[in-house]
Design a binder for this molecule. Sequence first.
Ligand SMILES: Cc1ncc(COP(=O)(O)O)c(C=O)c1O
Length: 393
Amino acid sequence: MKPKLIDQSFLMTEPQSVGLQITRSEGSYVFDNRGEKYIDFAMGWTVGNIGWGHEEIRAKILEAEGPAYVSPYYFYQPWAELAKLLVDITPGTLRKCFRATGGTEAVDIALQIAMLYKQRQKFVSIEGSFHGNSIGTISIASSAYRERYKGLLPNCRKISPPLDDHAADEVEAFLRKGDVAAFIMEPIICNLGVEIPTMEFMTRLRHLCTKYGTLLIFDEVAAGFGRTGKLFACEHFNIQPDILCLAKAITGGYAPLGATLITDKVANALGDDFTFWSTYGWHPLGVHAAIANITYIKSHKKTLLHNVSAMSNYFANRLASMPFKRLKSVHLKGLAIGVHFKKEGYGDKLRAKCQRAGLLVSGESSSLLMFPALNLDRHIAKEGLDILENCLD
Ligand SMILES: Cc1ncc(COP(=O)(O)O)c(C=O)c1O
């Protein structure tokens, strides 16, 4: 009897699950249970930034000896090592880290800190955004969630793109009363098909947050670790947040882990008032994976970012010359790439066609999203984009 492609007898899968059973991954390739090979331009939606199955990192994780688990009651020296690494590579004066299991928890920690530190309950965020799956994080994300779930956190106001001078005026109108705890956004918004704010918006945003005593939270769960061509996306705008949320590519996919970083100023103001209990926050396996992965990224930063820039130009040129029939726009920053179509459903169709032809991309009904590995090889890039081009009707 042929094995079922996906056995859903006892398991709930994502509604958008594309019926692919992955059995192996290597570099920019994944393999399914029938032995078919796919070029991966989705990389777990910004998780596999340095490619799957990295030998050097795998070896470091295997070498690590230590306890199976450490309770948050105790101390584990590699926690301090990872925290220092994160503080070293992130911009500005971010100084202290909270341990989280993933992106949702990292963002929820940030919201809790903002409420406690500021003694305010209001948030402002970007319309259509996504920041995780807890009630707190969906409260500050897309307004669509409000229709679906009643009784989310009130007082979450939204700014709609384009993020320009006009949008900055709207931000000021919301912040002016001095009662907003935090403004939260992805500095390059991967969840809005790679929406890129203007420099003016970001500069004014930083200024307005400081002026009205609102904390600025950057969610770099998706955009962090080199994805957009800088190690962190906020570096494109020369501004730094008061709180930074990280996850996904922090371990390169070897284990789940998230982190929330705060500045000295926030840390001093919080004192011992805020603690966050996370049973599996920074589990030893995740910590060793993150240390190995970040150490690799740090020591290969120049080469990796150089490749991101070269590949980004290559994708930009290839996409510009592709005979798309229903193209609306292409948004591209480093290797965060969004291709938007005028017709609903066209992205779904094209994505399914690409998958059948051996290329994995992400996206939504009217868009394709690509997040290839930062060390993507030029030949594989060509092969993948050739498949995409051949799938156009
Ligand atoms: C920007 C952003 N923040 C937070 C999250 C939630 O992260 P996790 O799935 O690790 O909880 C995601 C997940 O896609 C994300 O893209």
